[in-house]
Design a protein around this ligand. Structure first.
Ligand code: ZN
Length: 227
């Protein structure tokens, strides 16, 4: 007998469904796939939301986010393995590369300030094209604030800017202690322990100590990166 738990199996099913179809499974699909009552299927979804694997549309049992996948259109369009996806945020867009096992990834997004196109290609563990070359990922909230409301954090505060000048001109621009400015390569490195094993049945989000050690190994220290 398998020692896999129902939440583990449902979590992996959601991610594989997103990977194959670009959209999440609906509750009815989980009911039939896992032979559950509707209440039990909704209960598992709530459990996966509490464990920070997914986010539901507020007040419903519909899957909105299975990080990095988005069920709705966003400014973060990603192509990987011959399919098109929407990511939840700039970080999630870059994280497709780590999650899809270093598969070639193309990101088409826009500057959060002026809406100019931003095009990034990831290959073999790094960004091979960044257009415009000064494009950056901006995280406008501290890590300790991200999960206060992950839907608004992802949707509003983790963005691309075409340049640091456009970051500074944006209403989103916060003080350096409150925000982080990263290159696509830095975001890829940051994403590795969080996203790399999402298609393993026993995937677990890294704990606080593991994340802090990872931040430090990347040279990401100081007040912003404390948890
Ligand atoms: Zn701009």
């Amino acid at each position: 007998m398998s020692s896999e738990t129902l939440p583990q199996r449902v979590r992996l099913f959601i991610f594989e469904h997103f990977r194959e179809h670009g959209v999440p499974p609906v509750v009815e699909r989980l009911v039939t796939e896992f032979t559950l009552t509707r209440d039990d299927a909704v209960g598992v979804l709530r459990e996966l939301e509490s464990a920070r694997h997914i986010a539901l549309v507020n007040g419903t049992a519909r899957i909105l986010m299975a990080f990095p996948y988005s069920a709705i259109a966003t400014p973060f369009q990603v192509r990987a393995e011959g399919r098109s996806y929407f990511a939840n945020c700039a970080w999630d867009a870059v994280a497709f590369h780590a999650m899809h096992g270093d598969a070639d990834v193309t990101i088409d997004s826009a500057c959060h300030h002026c809406a100019a196109p931003i095009h990034i290609e990831m290959r073999a563990g790094g960004a091979t094209v960044v257009e415009p070359p000064g494009a950056i990922v901006y995280l406008a909230l501290k890590p300790t604030q991200w999960w206060e409301n992950i839907v608004t954090t992802c949707s509003n505060t983790m963005v691309f800017f075409a340049s640091k000048e456009h970051r500074d001109a944006s209403d989103l621009c916060a003080s350096p202690e409150q925000a982080a400015t990263l290159t696509p390569d830095e975001v890829h490195a940051l994403s590795l322990p969080i996203y790399r094993a999402k298609f393993a049945i026993d995937y677990a989000r890294p704990g606080k100590d593991e994340l802090l050690a990872h931040f430090a190994a990347l040279g990401l220290t100081g007040p912003y990166w404390s948890l």
